[in-house]
Design a protein around this ligand. Structure first.
Ligand SMILES: [Zn+2]
Length: 390
């Protein structure tokens, strides 16, 4: 970490900012935590010059689904590992904390991180305490609307939505009732729902049909694990998208990748993409158990989408402007303008052959890798952490 009082001048990089349509060689100067100049041949005026020739410079990337309560079970990971250590300026925890742990989350996670850490509050009071596969919504007492409402009132600056495990394992005997309660709560609190699909943890549970789940979702809500191979995913038995999925997408429901240990399957992805359904957001579902494979980091997950046919500009769009929109933070995140927060990612696009591996060890050939080099978060510079990527 370095803090330079006179800021930084990123010189000679290729700036890709899909929000503004910008893609070209631009210098960027940051000072006092904000962007203070963008253009050609900008003078340092005392700022420390970083030569980023042959690098990609983007608005700070956002990873919208991870598990960031370090010390909580087998999953919690230090947010700065997938955050500023991976070229990412904003990370979002997906449901580690229910209402009863939200203050702990804020004090020990958000307030101790160098990365901006936002939160999807778990609909269940238990959140991630019990670990995956438990019936965390299977008892009606495990949802406490009043307490969630109070918690959201206090922490609205970091809470961006409500996380729901829409699996047979989590819902148990309650069936779809928790989804109806989440819908009401989302409307009342004006927060989107982030819904996990796919029976990845509770193999013996009766899976929930995605068409039933989607009935409860509206524009702005997010389905995560769109490429899951597990029961309850987007495809029917013949590999066709359930019609309700198309309808949901057309009505404005957003689709997120949520790679994770279990839920990025290249065969499913190809089928979904071939039928014209594209992701809105890209996320790692990063945690302690997938940092060293198959996930690694957000740039590697973005490169896997490139191996599936997306362009660099498209995956940058997903991780910047789309992510900001999905988080309801378009006003301050996801683009670079004079005066915007100096959240910037510096990446290297490498032309090299490698094998992209999915959650089921499926392999597809990839020809370009994305490697994080630096992160500037709020004007402070961080080097990317080493990790043995494929
Ligand atoms: Zn997750």
């Amino acid at each position: 970490m370095e803090r330079e009082l006179n800021g930084y001048l990123l010189k000679g990089g290729r700036l890709i900012d899909p929000a503004s349509g910008g893609d070209g060689l631009f210098d960027i100067r940051v000072r006092n935590g904000v962007v203070d100049a963008i253009g050609s041949n900008i003078a340092p005026e005392g700022a420390t010059v970083l030569d980023v020739k042959d690098h990609i410079v983007t608005p700070g990337l956002s990873d919208v689904h991870l598990h960031l309560m370090k010390g909580l079970g087998a999953f919690g990971v230090d947010p700065d590992i997938f955050g500023v250590g991976s070229g990412v300026t904003t990370v979002v925890d997906a449901g580690s904390a229910g209402h009863s742990l939200l203050t702990v989350f804020r004090d020990y996670v958000t307030n101790n991180a160098r990365t901006r850490v936002l939160n999807y509050i778990n609909l269940s009071t238990l959140g991630g305490v019990a670990g995956p596969g438990f019936g965390i919504l299977a008892d009606p007492r495990l949802i406490d609307e009043e307490k969630i409402e109070k918690t959201v009132e206090t922490h609205r600056d970091i809470i961006v939505g409500i996380k729901i495990m829409a699996t047979g394992g989590a819902l148990g005997a309650e069936g779809l009732k928790p989804l109806a309660r989440a819908r009401k709560l989302g409307d009342q609190l004006k927060l989107p729902l982030l819904v996990h699909i796919g029976e990845s943890w509770s193999k013996n549970a009766e899976p929930v049909h995605v068409g039933d789940v989607l009935k409860y979702l509206r524009a702005g809500d997010i389905v995560t694990h769109m490429f899951t191979v597990h029961p309850g995913g987007l495809l029917d038995g013949n590999g066709r998208l359930w019609p309700q999925v198309r309808d949901a997408k057309a009505s404005g429901v957003l689709m997120d990748v949520g790679h994770g240990l279990h839920n990025l399957n290249f065969d499913v992805a190809r089928k979904v993409l071939d039928q014209g359904l594209h992701p809105d957001g890209v996320s790692t579902d990063g945690h302690r158990g997938n940092r060293h494979g198959p996930v690694y980091d957000l740039p590697t997950t973005m490169a896997k989408l490139m191996a599936l046919g997306f362009s660099l500009n498209q995956v940058v769009e997903m991780a910047t402007v789309n992510a900001a929109r999905l988080l309801g933070r378009s006003s301050d995140l996801g683009t670079l303008r004079i005066g915007s927060i100096a959240d910037i990612s510096v990446l290297r696009l490498q032309d090299r052959a490698w094998q992209a591996v999915d959650s089921q060890k499926g392999i597809i050939p990839a020809h370009q890798a994305i490697v994080p080099i630096y992160t500037i978060r709020g004007g402070i510079l961080y080097d990317a952490l080493p990790v043995q990527r494929p």
